[in-house]
Design a protein around this ligand. Structure first.
Ligand code: FE
Length: 280
């Protein structure tokens, strides 16, 4: 296999945002990048050791038409929804929720002090599955494969695969890849990516190089869809921590109104009516 790396197309700094009942977070992937990064709709990072930034949580709210993936690095969050699921996600755990035709849920910090750090990713659903039944699963940290690569780096496979190891979250249509990479030395690592996928990297800590270009910490690096490239080369120093995300674009219209993401205005209006009339 040849190893031609995708290059960086844009480097994006997230926007500080307040959401829920007053949670301060950074919207890494904002609305303006939805089409470019199809099927990804949003990525939020919450990272604070000040309880005032997170204690308010996210009281009950609806979702329709997409999936959410919450990945915790530090702290505890309690999820509760109207389909009867309840659980606490802690460090290293992943929560996967398919909103489908509609779900009401709350996300509440299960701590009053200390660091809360994690990510929530929104992945679109194809039109044919937007009205599917809601689905919820928790993947505890111990069920997420952790690989030591040939070069000695640590790779957690949340979605997608690495050689013969398959991550716990596999989805049709969007075929997402979600890797958590911690470098352990200065040897480059090449991560294969399907040519069809849109892809980006988020630098959690450190200033690694992507295809030779240094990236500041806490930036989203959108990778070019270069037809000759078969992956991405990352080089840094021990301790650099990155998220690598890629997905198969759906190439359908994206119409978002707050927590509802559909393909037409009519479907959004229907979602609002269904929510207001208690059909979620
Ligand atoms: Fe939510």
């Amino acid at each position: 296999m040849s190893q031609v790396s995708r290059k960086t197309e844009s480097i994006v700094q997230g926007q500080p945002t307040r959401d829920g009942a007053g949670v301060n977070l950074v919207r890494v992937l904002t609305h303006q990048w939805q089409r470019r990064l199809d099927p990804f709709l949003m990525l939020d990072e919450f990272r604070s050791d000040d309880p005032n930034d997170y204690i308010a949580g996210f009281p009950e709210h609806p979702h329709r038409g997409f999936e959410t993936v919450t990945y915790m690095l530090a702290g505890q969050m309690r999820h509760k929804d109207n389909a009867g699921h309840e659980g606490v996600v802690g460090p290293g755990d992943v929560q996967w929720m398919t909103a489908g035709r509609g779900i009401l849920h709350s996300e509440t910090p299960e701590q009053v002090e200390g660091l809360m750090h994690g990510f929530q990713l929104w992945i679109n659903l194809p039109e044919k599955n937007k009205m599917a039944a809601p689905y919820y699963s928790e993947v505890p940290a111990k069920e997420i494969p952790v690989i030591t690569t040939e070069q000695g780096h640590q790779l957690k496979i949340i979605a997608g695969k690495w050689e013969n190891t398959i991550g716990p979250l596999q989805r049709p249509d969007t075929d997402p890849i979600y890797l958590d990479l911690t470098l352990k030395n200065e040897t480059p690592i090449f991560i294969p990516l399907p040519k069809t996928h849109n892809a980006f990297i988020y630098t959690v800590t450190g200033t690694p190089e992507i295809a030779g270009q240094p990236i500041t910490a806490r930036r989203m690096a959108i990778l070019k869809n270069d037809p000759d490239a078969d992956g991405v080369e990352i080089k840094g120093i021990a301790g650099d921590h990155l998220l690598v995300l890629a997905g198969q674009p759906l190439q359908e219209p994206i119409v978002q109104w707050g927590p509802f993401v559909m393909t037409t205005r009519e479907d959004i209006e229907q979602a609002i009516t269904d929510y207001q009339e208690g059909r979620f």
